[in-house]
Design a protein around this ligand. Structure first.
Ligand SMILES: [Zn+2]
Length: 162
């Protein structure tokens, strides 16, 4: 199945705070140590982390565990089936990189047995209308390819209904 792609025109200026490119390059000037998160997305997997010290699951990716400050974190795949926990619709004021895709749904989903042993993750939904969604819907994640500006290709994720 073809991956969903967002195309960004060359004229879109991406500020460093929303441009993930340098974080995807392990040798880049802004390498943060979480580049494996982006490499995993490029390989088709949404991953979070599991702390090897206290066992907590961590998302978004960190370089230290927010619970116990351990730096021993391993990558774990986010379960492919989750539950819609909360959602709203963004109609106006979408960030410049996705303003052409509005309206779209912003969702919070839970994967696994959150909070004991699972992930709570926010993400966009492009294919479902707000009116047709309800709390508790089964949803999954998929990989989003972001092309441009220029030759750069970035990866992110989005949610869709199962
Ligand atoms: Zn920990």
């Amino acid at each position: 199945m073809a991956r969903r792609t967002l195309e960004l025109p060359d004229s879109v200026p991406l500020s460093p705070i929303i441009d993930l490119w340098d974080q995807q390059d392990p040798d880049g000037p802004d390498a943060t140590g979480i580049y494996d998160f982006y490499r995993n997305l490029a390989d088709g997997e949404l991953t979070g982390q599991k702390c090897l010290s206290c066992g907590k699951l961590v998302f978004p990716p960190q370089i230290i565990c927010p619970s116990c400050n351990s730096t021993e974190l391993e990558w774990v795949k986010v379960p492919e089936e989750g539950e819609l926990y909360a959602f709203t619709e963004l109609k106006l004021g979408a960030p410049i990189i996705v303003e052409n895709y509005a309206p779209f749904v912003i969702a919070v989903a839970r994967f696994g047995n959150y909070p004991e042993n699972g992930f709570q993750i926010s993400g966009m939904m492009f294919d479902e209308s707000y009116e047709e969604l309800k709390i508790g819907d089964r949803i999954t994640w998929d990989i989003l390819e972001i092309k441009g500006p220029g030759d750069k290709k970035r990866y992110w994720y989005y949610f869709k209904k199962l």
